[in-house]
Structures are given as C-alpha cells and as structure tokens.
Design a binder for this molecule. Structure first.
Ligand SMILES: [Zn+2]
Length: 164
C-alpha cells in the first residue's frame, strides 16, 4: 500500500474514538503515527541497506514482533496501575496491525515469523511496467487505496460538521 495507510489509520482511530469515551486529539495523533510507523524502515532500506532486502522483511513489518512489544507494554502499564493508558496502547497496536493487513494485499507480510516463513500476499501484482510503481498504481488494488481516501474525506467532513 502506498498512499492509504494514513487515511486508513484516521478512519480506524475515529471509529475507536466514536465507540469509546476518549475523543482526544492526542489519541488521534497516536493512531495516525502508528498507522504509518512501520514504514520508518524505509529510511534504513534506502539510506543504510542500499535496497538489498525488501523492507517488509525488517522487524518493523513483523506482526508478531509488534504483538510481543505490545504484550510487554501491556504488562508494564498494568504493573504501573495506569489502566487509563491501555486505550493508547490498543489504538497504536490496531493501527500497526491495520498497516500490516493493508501491506498484505498487494505485497507480502510474514504474519507468523519467526514461527513460520509463510508470506501472506493476497493479490499478486504482475510486472508490466519498467518503473515498478506503475505496476501498483495501474492495478485494480489501487482502487482500494482511492476508496479509503474518499471514505476518509467523508469521515473527516462529518467530523468537522459535528464540531461546528
Ligand atoms: Zn508498510
């Protein structure tokens, strides 16, 4: 997924806020950051690794690594007696997992690594164009990204109307 991670994170976080009592801007910001955070590995991919290994193979794109980290943080939050922060942990985790799911559509994610090497890739994108990005942009899966963006605009406009 190229351009819809952030909009998808917006929709998901707004939905969680709608269902919970926390409608804070801080929670929304956290959800937005978490929705794109796994792609921070692109800096390493381009600047350090010289594009040698697909960035979806890095630890930042391994769902079980995020679940392990979230479990540790969950325990720490409970031990500290700060249950009110669990919603922040939950929002961050579901947004990271949403990122993984969306990346699984047109590319691969190792959902069970290190337990399994099976890569989940729901739709294979054929190589047609020389510039690899066009292969994704001109594939029907890109319509999903556009539909997510349109939905985000609708949710955002409705959200603005509620405030005013
Ligand atoms: Zn990604």
């Amino acid at each position: 997924m190229f351009i819809a991670h952030l909009p998808a994170g917006y929709i998901l976080t707004k939905y969680i806020q709608h269902k919970s009592v926390n409608s804070s801007l801080r929670l929304l910001r956290l959800g937005l950051i978490a929705s794109i955070f796994p792609d921070i590995d692109l800096f390493y991919f381009y600047l350090v690794d010289n594009s040698q290994i697909l960035h979806h193979h890095y630890i930042t794109h391994l769902p079980l690594a995020w679940l392990a980290l979230a479990s540790i943080l969950y325990g720490a939050v409970l031990l500290a007696g700060k249950k009110q922060y669990l919603i922040y942990l939950g929002v961050a985790l579901v947004n990271v997992m949403l990122h993984m799911f969306l990346d699984s559509i047109a590319a691969g994610i190792y959902w069970l690594y290190p337990l399994s090497d099976m890569e989940i890739n729901l739709v294979q994108i054929p190589v047609i164009y020389d510039w690899w990005i066009w292969n994704f942009v001109f594939h029907w899966t890109f319509l999903l990204e556009i539909s997510i963006i349109i939905t985000t605009l609708i949710v955002w406009i409705r959200s603005c109307k509620k405030i005013s």
